[in-house]
Design a protein around this ligand. Structure first.
Ligand SMILES: [Mg+2]
Length: 355
């Protein structure tokens, strides 16, 4: 049988900086940023262009410079890595892992562009190409970053006025009680979860969990530092008043087993696992260990958000608000609608440049 694909055409990779300005400076326990320096990836094949986005985080050992260096290497090794089959995302992903260690946000950008490309060639959305329905997904939350209590009140009020139905609050400071009080003053009844980004000790996490439970907080993300022992997470989980999720401590599927029984759930992100295929493996591994799944993201445009949203039917909780935190999102894709991120109908990721 003759292939419908002209396998002599090489998949061409180009990339450029994608600097995203935040609506407000975004504070987390590691520091505050006003701009997210991401990288846009384009894969070209026979008149089709697949889009991808890398959102490097220094706490995962990536910067815009390392992303560009990795992408330059992939472009240079076009034949060995990208080849000429736009439907071979599994193989491209595997070849990237064999030839380049780590650098998962760079790899995620290439892999999401492969899915976008394949979907565009077939005229089908990525979730369908992956065997998913694209229906029945949870609401997404909206994140309030670390700031002064006055600013947190103001941001919370704006979020409530804008119609956001669920909030995530960044903590891990010396005034976490005040942060929660400020949020609860303006949003007494909204579902709430917190993310300490590794800012607490075991003792602090257990103590804070009781205060958070009293304030109607659903769960705590990453209470302990990234490299904390599984035994310490287990101790927190056994004594905490609410469930514990691991984010920075779990990147790839092989990190999940280490924390099995030590946390209630894991946070999956394309930028830390290396793409949609590995994200599905992380989710499957966590499910096999009876863990809950939250899908999160870095500060990303609608390219990265929408790529993640294609897997949202596999998750229990969504934290896909990266593009909602931007002053101007240069792309449009999954759109926020009454608490939910609605997937676009277009082929591939369904993302286009905002006019
Ligand atoms: Mg987190």
């Amino acid at each position: 049988m003759k292939s419908a694909i002209n396998t002599t055409t090489a998949i061409g990779l180009t990339f450029e900086p994608l600097d995203l300005t935040l609506a407000y400076p975004f504070g987390i326990s590691y520091g505050t940023s006003e701009v997210s320096n991401n990288v846009l990836v384009k894969l070209a094949y026979e008149g089709h262009v697949g889009l991808g986005e890398a959102s490097p985080a220094s706490y995962h050992s990536e910067t815009p410079a390392t992303v560009m260096a990795v992408l330059a290497e992939i472009a240079e090794k076009q034949q060995e890595i990208l080849g000429s089959d736009p439907f071979a995302a599994v193989e491209v992903s595997r070849r990237m892992d064999l030839m380049i260690a780590g650098n998962y946000s760079a790899k995620a950008a290439v892999e999401m562009a492969m899915h976008d490309l394949a979907g565009k060639i077939c005229g089908q959305p990525t979730y369908k190409m992956l065997g998913l329905s694209g229906h029945a997904y949870p609401m997404t939350d909206f994140t309030i970053g670390i700031d002064s209590p006055e600013m947190i009140e103001r941001k919370t009020k704006e979020a409530v006025d804008a119609g956001y139905k669920m909030l995530k609050v960044k903590v891990g400071t010396s005034y976490d009680h005040q942060i929660i009080k400020s949020v609860r003053k303006m949003a007494p009844n909204l579902p709430l979860r917190v993310d300490a980004n590794g800012g607490w000790s075991v003792k602090q996490a257990i103590e804070m969990s009781k205060f958070l439970a009293e304030n109607g907080v659903e769960f705590i993300e990453q209470p302990l530092p990234k490299n904390a022992l599984a035994e310490d997470f287990r101790l927190v989980r056994q004594n905490a008043a609410i469930p514990i999720f691991a984010d920075e401590s779990v990147c790839r599927a092989n990190d999940v087993a280490r924390l099995a029984g030590a946390v209630d759930g894991v946070v999956v992100k394309l930028a830390k696992c290396g793409g949609l295929l590995e994200a599905i493996r992380v989710i499957s591994t966590a499910r096999a260990h009876s863990m809950k799944i939250m899908f999160g993201m870095m500060i990303e445009s609608s390219i990265g958000v929408t790529a993640a949203a294609h897997l949202s039917s596999l998750c229990d909780y969504l934290d896909l608000d990266g593009a909602l935190l931007l002053r101007d999102d240069p792309y449009q894709g999954a759109a926020y609608d009454d608490g939910y991120l609605r997937l676009p109908d277009g082929p591939g990721l369904g993302v286009s440049k905002r006019k």
